[in-house]
Design a protein around this ligand. Structure first.
Ligand SMILES: C[S@@+](CC[C@H](N)C(=O)[O-])C[C@H]1O[C@@H](n2cnc3c(N)ncnc32)[C@H](O)[C@@H]1O
Ligand code: SF4
Length: 360
């Protein structure tokens, strides 16, 4: 079955975290209902462009979409179902921040149609949470984790590590604690200092490469020992619990992006479009599409399927790629190249950005 997803961006947060460069605003005067009205119009607009499709995943991301009322979430899900068709086993994820928790939040979200909850835990150490400018503490995060495993069958948590001077001991404690919840999925991000953020302005530096590499290796080993598959650079899942929506991005499938800061990718009548808010469609060339597929696909541990690549962008993978560099990278065991597939090896992941530069 062809996969097709809808991403809903809710660009508002209770406060701005000093490391975050995602599109988000801190506002108290949000007229939620009328913004959602405009989202419903956007959904109808894109449905007219794509024609009928079966929606296999919806992802409410942000910002902080757990600030959206369950009624508005329900309105959005119904509109998606009415304008396209929602697959009976569609994955419907929402990112929640522990600072938005109310006693009935998760049950209400579940009733509204959410079947996968991803919690922004970031750390289970109060000092680290403070450093990260989070407005929740470890107790709130642990309570929220307990609630999500009670309420949902499919769940995930985001953690950030390789903080400056982070001790491996504290990181291991956080990991051991998170493992006790037996979450189906974990996203473990190394802190990046993004231009324009408060951290960048303050001159905060990421951990040095050698130390962060060691942490990355030991983290992956621990997760694999505990039954998680490392399927994308920063993502780990119990078997069959990969995030199907995010796989759409990494595998170059179609998705619609709704809301300020959201973008989409759509095949319409053999033309390929990048979409941006509000309702802009810009055609991409095969070369542009191929570069994007390479950039996204190499993040996956299984890498790029060359047949799918040809089907999606129309170019032969082996013609598109830099052949001299491919040989060198193969000899250095940084990539594995077969007639069907190209992937980055575990050692290669540590220098992924360099590899991608050389391959294009
Ligand atoms: C779009 S954010 C939204 C999550 C939600 N608003 C929250 O804060 O809990 C998704 C995830 O990206 C990660 N993230 C954001 N900025 C990052 C950075 N500079 N370095 C590493 N991870 C980052 C965090 O783990 C965060 O949970
Ligand atoms: S990390 Fe989450 S809560 Fe913090 S500013 Fe970014 S989107 Fe908002």
């Amino acid at each position: 079955m062809t996969k097709f997803g809808v991403y809903i961006h809710w660009p508002f947060c209770k406060s701005k975290c000093p490391y975050c460069d995602f599109f988000s605003q801190v506002r108290n005067d949000v007229d939620q209902d009328s913004i959602v009205d405009s989202y419903l119009e956007d959904i109808a607009f894109y449905a007219q462009k794509t024609g009928h499709r079966e929606v296999t995943s919806i992802f409410f991301g942000g910002g902080t979409p757990s600030l959206l009322s369950p009624q508005n979430i329900e309105r959005i899900i119904s509109a998606i179902d009415n304008n396209w068709t929602l697959s009976t086993n569609a994955e419907i994820s929402l990112e929640a921040n522990p600072n938005t928790q109310t006693p009935s939040l998760f049950t209400d979200l579940h009733h509204a149609g959410i079947n996968r909850l991803s919690l922004g835990v970031q750390s289970l150490n109060d000092e680290e949470l403070k450093f990260l400018g989070r407005t929740h503490n470890s107790t709130q995060a642990l309570n929220a984790l307990e609630d999500i495993v009670k309420t949902f069958d499919n769940h995930s948590a985001d953690l950030i590590y390789t903080l400056p001077q982070q001790s491996d001991k504290i990181w291991q404690q956080t990991l051991q604690q998170i493992l006790t919840f037996n979450l189906k999925h974990l996203s473990l991000y190394q802190l990046t200092i993004e231009e324009g953020t408060f951290f960048a302005k303050k001159g905060i530096r990421a951990m040095d490469d050698e130390a962060s590499t060691e942490m990355y290796i030991s983290t992956t080993e621990l997760l694999e020992k505990n039954g998680y598959l490392h399927y994308e650079v920063s993502n780990y899942a119990q078997p069959n619990f990969e995030c199907h929506h995010n796989l759409l991005y990494w595998q170059g499938q179609d998705y619609v992006g709704i809301g300020q800061g959201a973008h989409g990718r759509l095949h319409i009548n053999n033309h390929f479009f990048a979409t941006t808010h509000p309702r802009n469609l810009e055609e991409l060339s095969s070369q542009e599409r191929a570069e994007e597929l390479l950039l996204m696909g190499l993040r996956l541990c299984n890498g790029i399927n060359k047949n799918d690549f040809k089907q999606i962008c129309g170019l032969h993978f082996d013609d598109f790629i830099n052949k001299t560099h491919i040989k060198e990278l193969e000899e250095a065991e940084l990539i594995a190249n077969t007639p069907k597939n190209l992937r980055i090896t575990p050692a290669g992941f540590l220098v992924m950005n360099k590899i991608i530069e050389e391959l294009i």
